[in-house]
Write a protein of this length. Sequence first.
Length: 316
Amino acid sequence: MKKIYIAAALLLSGNALFAQSFSRTDVGYTPGDNYTMYVSDYVNPGTTGTGVTWDLSTMTNNSQVTVATTANSGGTFPTANVKLTQSNGGAIYYNVSSTKMEVVGIDANGTIFTYSNPATYLQFPVNTTYNFTDAAAATFTVSGFAFNRTTNTQSEYSGTGTLITPAGTFTNVIRVKSTQTNTDTYAGGTINSSVIAFNWYKAGVTHELANVSNVTGSSTSQSAYYTSVPANLGLEESELINLLMFPNPTNGTIVVNSDEVISKIEVYQLSGELAMEQTVNDNSSEVNLSELNSGMYLVKVYGNNGAVSVKRISKN
């Protein structure tokens, strides 16, 4: 019954959120968002609390699963308006509204889960008092056996702070813990399983930054992954490289000096859109901003050692 547990893990493997309080307009699966899940060895999910630093930088990159988020209309699950398709063959169908995100169907590599009572995954708004329980029901067929599944899920706030993954360091992150219990009945008896999943989320991204899960049933398994992120997620002022950047404000050219060799400099609009970039292989470089409109920009500097610093600069 391996596919049953795979499907349980699929259900709890994603979504996105953050802020002290946010609505659907802040986060949530959105058609057009394509990203990569980097499947890792299991890591400890860390502690609950405020101001926590979750250091998951030891996550490995054992394999990659690409995820495409598209609009859904009609088909097997006509009530779904968003579909997540994974390159390993899995797909999850969501009905996303201003008040909640709910799962209405799952395709676990050909095993189809149809929900007569959708599984609510998120309710909006989400904040530090976030806590809800939900009951769901679904049917599916495995090896010719028809199954009826009842599911109970509790989803709760599980801390705020800083998350570190191989994809970067992210501040103002919230962690959500979901506990899902499943009872599957069929002609041969009953199968019980449970999934405890931790997901980390940040405003400005429509999918999770990382996931750590434990699945318990006839056997026990653990899993973890981190994800690729939009470029603008790393655009928080930070100084992991010692930099001198002048003049600020500038009428055109700025000079970037560092005590480390610089490999690349990128200039972003505050919206996260890349305005320009240049390759560097020196401790110092000039960057010509004369073609850019007046306004505020973020300059992202990459060191040869992998460290990154971001500074805000004003262009007159």
